[in-house]
Design a protein around this ligand. Structure first.
Ligand SMILES: Cc1cc2nc3c(=O)[nH]c(=O)nc-3n(C[C@H](O)[C@H](O)[C@H](O)COP(=O)(O)OP(=O)(O)OC[C@H]3O[C@@H](n4cnc5c(N)ncnc54)[C@H](O)[C@@H]3O)c2cc1C
Length: 399
């Protein structure tokens, strides 16, 4: 068993770290205090992402992506996840589902999205459908050889800067026909209803959209009618690993800040790290980070290996849930302790730890809540036994 990271992967991780330090950290406070960044800054960051080849790290070079392995993506996301204000989102990851498009859709949507000429967002959630997407009410009615899309979508991340929305809708209102549609925002009938504010400061927005009889022809169906969930599953695996890696980076940054402060802050005649209450918190934080990192790197490595030797998607799915659950909850605990070590300074918005404390809360909610991850894991245990979690198997059968 060789756990050494190859030099190329280490260099990529260092590259992402330098990028975060040079481009993301310097704009964090401005974003926090103003709630948004000027358009010129966003444009500069976008160009910096392209120059650093950190755009579309999740897509193949033939589609103008970077072609990085899952482990390489994880290492990059760990470094970018250290930034507050979700500034990691400036390095765009076009939805995996786009690669299942027709050659024309790949040319018109995926390739321009990878290059940064277009940007797509993903809209599943609705007022009545969150954890249970079968309750989706957005429908695409088939009439006269066209689809007519009607409904409402909530929490559409980056909906303000995207120009195409991948909308999950039920054809003819039938929950057995979940389907993805490529909906250009400029089409008649697409409206932004509201742009709510959230607990975190996020570099982009999460608008609510209304679709009022938007006319779509067959060329706007991504994959097949009824394939909506199939195409989204791969995205969930990737998004859950990405969230886990971002959480890992955030927990590391918070711990580094707290560890440094614990050495410098003197109360009662000695550095506060000399109080066992403080050093035990630091010890727990370091152990939690070590555990999360081991899980995340392992599963990313397994995905890369399985891609080469026959992908066991179900096993990957089962473990991605465990990784997302553990990493997001771990980061919440770690950042909470970091804030405590910093005392009142940790409660100041100018302190990255305070911002991370708010930023990370959503990681237990989006891309499947912690409860949904537990339900997936428990379902896997019921179906396959404890093996996927307690054995060291890399395929669903064997050893
Ligand atoms: C900032 C932000 C950005 C988002 N971005 C997007 C986006 O880009 N696109 C998109 O489509 N969605 C997005 N979402 C939506 C997100 O995925 C949902 O909020 C999430 O899936 C939970 O759905 P819900 O909020 O409707 O909660 P609900 O599903 O109503 O859940 C409420 C509570 O009930 C619990 N619960 C539900 N079912 C079960 C169960 N079976 N067992 C145990 N507990 C259960 C949940 O865990 C939760 O605690 C975003 C959300 C936020 C907050």
């Amino acid at each position: 068993m060789d756990l050494t990271l190859p030099p190329r992967d280490l260099e990529l991780k260092a590259h992402a770290r330098r990028f975060a330090e040079a481009h993301l950290f310097p704009v964090e406070e401005e974003l926090e205090l103003n709630g948004h960044l000027p358009e010129a800054t966003k444009a500069r960051l976008k160009q910096a992402v392209i120059d650093a080849k950190l755009n579309a790290i999740n897509h193949a070079p033939e589609h103008s992506g970077q072609g990085y392995t899952q482990l390489q993506q994880t290492l990059i996301n760990e470094e970018l996840g250290k930034a507050t204000g979700a500034l990691w989102a400036v390095a765009w990851h076009p939805a995996v589902a786009l690669k299942f498009g027709t050659p024309a859709q790949i040319r018109d949507y995926l390739v321009p999205c990878c290059k940064g000429l277009r940007r797509a967002c993903f809209a599943i959630t609705e007022p009545k459908a969150g954890s249970d997407p079968r309750l989706v009410e957005t429908r695409a009615d088939r009439r006269g050889g066209k689809f007519y899309l009607s409904g409402e979508k909530w929490f559409v991340t980056s909906g303000d800067i995207c120009d195409v929305i991948i909308v999950h809708a039920h054809v003819d209102g039938d929950p057995d026909k979940p389907t993805l549609f490529l909906v250009d925002k400029s089409l008649p009938g697409v409206k932004v209803k509201r742009i709510p504010k959230f607990m975190h400061t996020y570099v982009f927005e999460h608008p609510e959209f209304v679709f009022d009889g938007v006319e779509l022809d067959d060329s706007r169906v991504l994959g097949q009618v009824g394939q909506g969930f199939e195409l989204t599953k791969d995205w969930f695996v990737e998004a859950r690993l990405q969230i886990a890696a971002n959480c890992l980076g955030a927990a590391i940054r918070a711990t580094e800040i707290a560890n440094d402060w614990a050495s410098r802050r003197v109360q009662f005649g000695r550095p506060i790290r000399d109080f066992q209450a403080i050093e035990f918190m630091l010890a727990d934080m370091a152990v939690e980070i070590m555990a999360a990192k081991s899980m995340i790197y392992r599963v990313a490595w397994e995905i890369d290996r399985q891609e080469a030797s026959g992908h066991d998607r179900k096993l990957v799915h089962a473990r991605a849930s465990a990784v997302k659950l553990y990493a997001s909850e771990m980061a919440g605990r770690v950042v909470d302790k970091a804030l405590q070590i910093l005392g009142g300074r940790g409660y100041m918005r100018e302190n990255p730890v305070e911002r991370l404390y708010r930023d990370l809360r959503v990681d237990r909610i989006w891309e499947g809540t912690s409860e949904i991850q537990r339900a997936i894991i428990a379902g896997q245990i019921k179906k396959r036994g404890l093996g996927p979690y307690v054995d060291w198997v890399t395929q669903s059968s064997g050893g």
